[in-house]
Design a protein around this ligand. Structure first.
Ligand SMILES: [Zn+2]
Length: 82
């Protein structure tokens, strides 16, 4: 079904649209701690946010819903600074 195996797509947790991961930022929770993934792949429960949604007013709400918990303010700051 996928004729572009090198293009990985994920659903953005804010707008719920399928987007290529190259256009997205991944937030990961590892052992209860949150990280904004950079180039290194982290294993853990993750949520993807597309670049357009980093400025969305619904960003925090959507991420909290994805992780079923409140996100640290430092993580939200890292996301919105990009
Ligand atoms: Zn989005």
């Amino acid at each position: 079904m996928n004729n572009q195996p090198h293009t990985i797509s994920r659903i953005c947790c804010v707008c719920r649209k399928l987007q290529p991961v190259t256009n997205m930022t991944r937030v990961v929770r590892v052992n209860g701690e949150f990280f904004v993934q950079t180039d290194k792949r982290l294993n853990g429960r993750g949520a993807h946010v597309c670049s357009a949604c980093l400025n969305s007013a619904n960003l925090q709400k959507s991420l909290c819903r994805s992780f079923k918990t409140q996100l640290p303010a430092s993580i939200l700051q890292q996301l919105t600074q990009k």
